[in-house]
Design a protein around this ligand. Structure first.
Ligand code: CP
Ligand code: NVA
Length: 311
């Protein structure tokens, strides 16, 4: 009997054991190629002979380059296109796009405006589909973030992560991961920009320790990790309203001082210094943002390996 296709759409859909296996594979692969030129293939190039198609409906630096570099290190190839250049951009159904690409490549990564389109692509695809960010979630980013935390502070289980700011796609994927990997997640966001209530309900049902409030000081108290993200995500149109509502949620040094003395700071980037975070924090000694950005590459290689059934 054939195995089900391994889509990587959202962290809540995966088993905790799969997420753990991906993180451990990423650590092993990263350690095994320490000091190597970035273009050299891994000793275990599990994407050899495979091609990844990447479709972008939105801008990207890290996701685009890290998936491309990841496939090269895994011995595979990529084909990249902006959605506007595809017939998809002229109204060809996403289901037909899925059926065609399934005949030509081995996996699809899509960065989409609407999460539903990621799901529709996967439903009609006979090859793995990876969510490279939608309006609802950003699972690949959160795998890189968890990898970064574990590299610097050990296992995430039992740790307290504080997410301060917009209850957006980044916040959602942290909520999805919390019950799977056993960390506590404190969220502070303004009422207007609260996290998705379905995500919170699911996490509660899965016995996740996820606490949402509108108090940033309460959220970061004794946290091991403080996280924020842009106040205006790609596709958001209410720029001024967001800046007004989110101003009290800026991560600055006095806020960081309420977290544990060895707390670290994460931001998926791109950042808006002086808005969601001050220069002193994002460029300060507690910030892990460059390791976090690099870890997009390492985490994604293991996500790809999992999709290809090599983990
Ligand atoms: N963090 C992240 O996904 O960055 P890009 O938008 O540059 O891909
Ligand atoms: N929340 C941001 C993340 C960018 C990587 C956005 O969706 O634009």
């Amino acid at each position: 009997m054939s195995q089900p296709v391994r889509h990587f759409l959202d962290l809540w859909r995966l088993e905790g054991s799969d997420l753990r296996a991906i993180l451990e594979d990423a650590k092993r692969r990263k350690a095994a190629r320490l000091g190597w030129p970035k273009g050299r293939r891994d000793a275990n190039p599990v994407a050899e002979g495979r091609t990844l198609a990447m479709i972008f409906e939105k801008n990207s630096t890290r996701t685009r380059f890290s998936f491309d570099a990841a496939m090269r290190q895994l011995g595979g190839d990529v084909i990249i296109s902006n959605a506007v250049d595809l017939q998809l951009g002229r109204g060809e159904p996403i289901e037909d796009t899925a059926r065609v690409l399934s005949r030509m490549v081995d996996a699809i990564m899509i960065r989409a405006n609407n999460h539903l389109d990621v799901e529709r692509l996967a439903l009609s695809s006979t090859i793995p589909v990876i969510n490279g960010l939608s309006d609802k979630s950003h699972p690949c980013q959160i795998m890189a973030d968890l990898l970064t935390i574990e590299e610097h502070r050990g296992p995430v289980a039992g740790k307290t992560l504080a997410y301060v700011g917009d209850g957006n796609n980044i916040c959602a994927s942290f909520i999805h991961a919390a019950p799977k990997l056993g960390f506590r997640l404190n969220i502070a966001s303004p009422a207007l920009y609260h996290p998705d209530l379905h995500d919170l309900a699911r996490a509660a049902q899965e016995q996740g320790q996820v606490h949402a409030s509108d108090d940033p000081r309460e959220a970061v108290k004794n946290a091991d990790v403080v996280i924020t993200d842009t106040w205006v995500s790609m596709g958001d149109t209410d720029h001024d309203e967001r800046l007004d509502a989110l101003e009290p949620f800026q991560v600055d040094e006095p806020l960081m001082d309420l977290a544990k003395s060895d707390a670290v700071f994460l931001h998926c980037l791109p950042a808006h210094r002086g808005e969601e975070v001050t220069d002193a924090v994002i460029d300060g000694p507690k910030s892990l943002i460059w390791d976090e950005a690099e870890n997009r590459l390492h985490a994604q290689k293991s996500i790809l390996a999992w999709c290809f059934g090599a983990i």
